[in-house]
Design a protein around this ligand. Structure first.
Ligand code: EPU
Length: 420
């Protein structure tokens, strides 16, 4: 397994272009299954999760071509079940359930297990699909879903931790080809859901209330091909902002949609980071010392859980106490122990991490446990004195396009070491 070797202490300087969004492109790729016509997706990031989704679509019978950042899919004839092993490996693949039901009225996918950030239930996905007329059977670790016909209904999709992003995507993708009107209450409002809605509308779907917690879908008999450019990855942008601030650098991000991460910009400013916006370009600098800031993760438009770990790495450098509260995933603090190996002083009390920032950080071998935890360790390693080795960076390859190249372009001393 590959690792990163980072020699810390160099301020990041220069320009970086943000790639297309991982969490937008995965459900959009699944949505291409809703038509037999060709769909063209642009600004597709080169990630291992995208490569997985390509293989899943192919295993369902779709023809997929991927060249540079453009993916074309033609799902002329598809099956209701794909390669179980592939599907099992990527949690995001649960979002093929909605489109397969929409198009074929039948789907079998493996039940996604828990993961290090929490139990990750799918009860809301199943509740929504059942309300549309699907019969669900869980057997041997698989979800078998069948519907004679899908009929519109009113579905409340709010859960214990708020709305569900992929749950909303799944219900939307089943509802666009259902008979009648579906109203999704407490729908997720994340920009990735909006991007999916826009792709579906480009395919001929009828959806109103896009971006709001109430989505109204009027089913149509069929959809057609579409050409779509994926939104920029707001989590990648926020990761680079935190890295630039942590190293007291001067970095300009290109191709961003800052309105998608206003909550993070607000907290960075509170922490003493200067951010200047010109259209889709953001320049980040840090004129003085970092200040502590408290953060609570929330559904959109609140502070995203996917930036919690990276922001915690930054707050470990800010003299004073910051309280970071995780409200979306119950065990998303796996990075804490590893940040402590670098010298951070952090105590966990229930959903709160109490960060006593400003302790000197020095390099150490650390272990990445999930995608965003890995990003936090890279940020900490870039700011720490000495050498940090981040093991198991296959997690990073799932969600960050060419991360080490982009960081090296900004002057970071980072190398990939091939592992056994
Ligand atoms: N939940 C339920 N029941 C369900 C579904 C979700 O209780 O049926 C709960 C979850 O346990 C969690 C909360 O609802 O407490 C929100 O989970 P959500 O369903 O929104 O998460 P997701 O759709 O599975 C996506 C992203 C995650 C991101 C979350 C929250 C993709 C592929 N994944 O997951 O991204 O953290 O939304 O914004 O889009 C990442 O990129 O690192 C990542 C984990």
């Amino acid at each position: 397994m590959d690792s990163f070797i980072i020699k810390g202490g160099t301020p990041l300087r220069g320009d970086v272009t943000i790639s297309g969004s991982k969490n937008a492109v995965l459900p959009i790729m699944a949505a291409t299954l809703l038509t037999g016509e060709t769909c063209t997706l642009r600004r597709v990031p080169n990630l291992s999760d995208v490569a997985f989704m390509v293989r899943i679509l192919e295993s369902l019978g779709a023809e997929v071509a991927w060249s540079g950042d453009v993916v074309t899919v033609r799902a002329a004839r598809i099956k209701g079940f794909g390669d179980y092993d592939l599907i099992r490996k990527m949690r995001g693949s649960i979002c093929i359930l909605g489109p397969l039901l929409g198009r074929r009225r039948a789907a079998s996918v493996s039940l996604p297990g828990g993961c290090v950030i929490g139990t990750r239930p799918i009860d809301l996905h199943l509740k929504g699909l059942t309300a549309l007329g699907t019969r669900i059977q869980i057997e041997g670790g698989y979800i078998h879903a069948r519907a004679r016909k899908l009929t519109g209904n009113t579905i409340f999709l709010g859960g214990r931790a708020g709305p569900t992003v992929l749950g909303t995507a799944n219900i939307l993708m089943a509802a666009v080809l259902a008979d009648g009107v579906t109203i999704i209450e407490s729908a997720a409002c994340e920009p990735e859901v909006v991007d999916l809605c826009q792709f579906l509308v480009a395919m001929g779907a009828k959806i109103s209330g896009i971006g709001s917690p109430t989505l109204t879908v009027t089913g149509v008999p069929e959809l057609h091909g579409a050409d779509h450019e994926v939104i920029p990855d707001r989590i990648e942008a926020c990761t680079f902002l935190c890295a630039a601030a942590a190293t007291k650098g001067d970095v300009t991000l290109h191709g961003t949609r800052p309105e998608h991460f206003a909550a993070v910009l607000d907290k960075l400013r509170e922490a003493g980071v200067r951010i200047e916006r010109k259209g889709t370009t953001l320049r980040v600098t840090r004129p003085g010392r970092l200040k502590p800031a408290d953060v609570t993760t929330q559904p959109y438009a609140g502070f995203p859980t996917d930036v919690q770990a990276q922001f915690m790495a930054l707050m470990a450098l800010a003299p004073g106490i910051s309280v970071i509260t995780e409200r979306i995933f119950e065990s998303r603090f796996m990075h804490v122990a590893e940040l402590m190996r670098l010298g951070a002083d952090i105590a966990i009390e229930g959903p709160n991490a109490i960060v006593k920032g400003g302790r000197p950080m020095s390099g150490a071998p650390v272990m990445a446990s999930d995608l965003r935890a890995s990003a936090a360790l890279v940020i900490a390693g870039l700011a720490a004195r000495g050498t940090t080795q981040v093991h198991r960076i296959y997690h990073l390859d799932r969600g960050y396009e060419r991360m080490e190249d982009k960081l090296r372009q900004l002057g970071a001393r980072i190398e990939r070491a091939a592992g056994e």
